[in-house]
Design a protein around this ligand. Structure first.
Ligand SMILES: [Fe+2]
Ligand SMILES: [Fe+2]
Length: 184
């Protein structure tokens, strides 16, 4: 794979950095949620952490043909105070990706005719839209001091699409069959 243009390569590395940190942050916040008697919100955090891993992996794999050292500058939310604030941090991070980061990265990849990067940014952008909604629903519940009532969370291993729907047949973003989804 690889990319020909420096700007798209910069954006891939930054997106990789942002997704990597989101992955870790959601695992930390998920553990906090579980400790504080919100096991289902904890499960949601763990599932979405996996989706961010999928995004990080997709971005990384486009650049994997060369080995080199570099510094990665990426946006991140820091802190862990209480479940409502942590969920607000998650919502803010997702909205930043949906409204600013991925639309700009996606247009750059299109402009530079970087097909692989375009696909990777498109997958992430679409999946983050669902994440923002799921975190918002979780926060609404937490504000009433209630855990979310869910059974399982399913994540597409190709694009990171995330759903609570047991009956989903295939991924609406990339078309992968539900049998391949990771279940939490
Ligand atoms: Fe996300
Ligand atoms: Fe997918």
């Amino acid at each position: 794979m690889g990319v020909s243009n420096a700007m798209t390569a910069d954006f891939l590395r930054s997106a990789y950095g942002g997704e990597s940190q989101a992955h870790m942050r959601y695992l930390i916040w998920g553990e906090e949620a579980e400790k504080n008697n919100f096991p289902n919100i904890g499960k949601l955090f763990r599932a979405i952490a996996y989706a961010e891993y999928v995004h990080a992996q997709n971005h990384f794999n486009i650049l994997k043909d060369n080995l080199y050292d570099t510094s990665v500058v990426a946006g991140a939310v820091f802190g862990s105070t209480n479940i409502i604030d942590n969920l607000q941090g998650a919502i803010n991070g997702e909205l930043h990706e949906i409204k600013q980061m991925y639309p700009v990265y996606l247009e750059t990849a299109k402009f530079q005719k970087e097909k692989n990067a375009e696909k990777s940014f498109h997958y992430a952008l679409e999946a983050e839209k669902v994440h923002a909604k799921l975190f918002q629903d979780a926060q609404n519940s937490a504000k009433e001091n209630k855990d979310i009532s869910i059974t399982s969370v399913y994540v597409c291993p190709v694009c990171g699409f995330t759903t609570l729907d047991d009956n989903v047949a295939q991924c609406p973003i990339c078309g992968v069959k539900k049998d391949n989804f990771k279940k939490f």
